[in-house]
Design a binder for this molecule. Structure first.
Ligand SMILES: [Zn+2]
Length: 177
């Protein structure tokens, strides 16, 4: 799922970004009202690993959450999606064995994502986690790799976190290890 500017998209394993209707439920979502605290025009060319290192240098402290919007035309983007799962739900490590990979070249769009501090392990994925949506909102996915240059990076310093747990019993019966 990708949410951007108040609209939500589901990138299914056919690679197509479907508009998510307000009535559709999801097992997990991480959202914020994005307000940029820092805006950087990135000139140098970076791959995914280098992007993480570059962003590391921009984060003023390691004990808060950060949200990101990275917008522009990307030299290369590699994303994935996974197929719909049925009960009994397998561990995610098994689900990703059936992932579908998508590659884009010279593609305009937006990378959105978060960085979570170490002490929030178990609540969310630690470190960086990014999703991508194309400018025409037709495709995207979970970001695996990229090559980017001359893009705008916006960072939202986030000091507040609010968690809603499901009232159904599925979560509490699950093996969360
Ligand atoms: Zn993801």
């Amino acid at each position: 799922m990708v949410g951007l500017d108040g609209t939500f998209y589901q990138v299914k394993d056919d690679g197509i970004a479907y508009h998510v209707d307000d009535s559709i439920k999801t097992p997990f979502a991480l959202v914020t009202f994005f307000e940029a605290d820092n805006t950087i025009l990135l000139h140098e060319s970076l791959n995914y690993t280098q992007l993480e290192q570059y962003l590391d240098g921009l984060l003023p402290r390691e004990d808060i959450i950060y949200a990101f919007e990275i917008e522009g035309t990307f030299d290369y983007i590699k994303t994935r999606s996974v197929p719909k799962q049925d009960k009994p739900y397998p561990p995610f490590s098994e689900v990703v064995e059936n992932e579908t990979i998508f590659e884009f070249h010279d593609i305009s769009g937006t990378i959105v994502g978060f960085w979570f501090p170490d002490y929030m392990e178990g609540v969310n994925a630690l470190g960086y986690h990014f999703h991508f949506i194309t400018e025409d909102r037709m495709a995207g996915g979970h970001l695996l790799n990229c090559q980017l240059q001359n893009v705008i990076i916006e960072i939202d310093y986030t000091y507040e976190f609010y968690m809603i747990l499901p009232e159904s019993d599925g979560l509490y019966d699950a093996d969360l290890s």
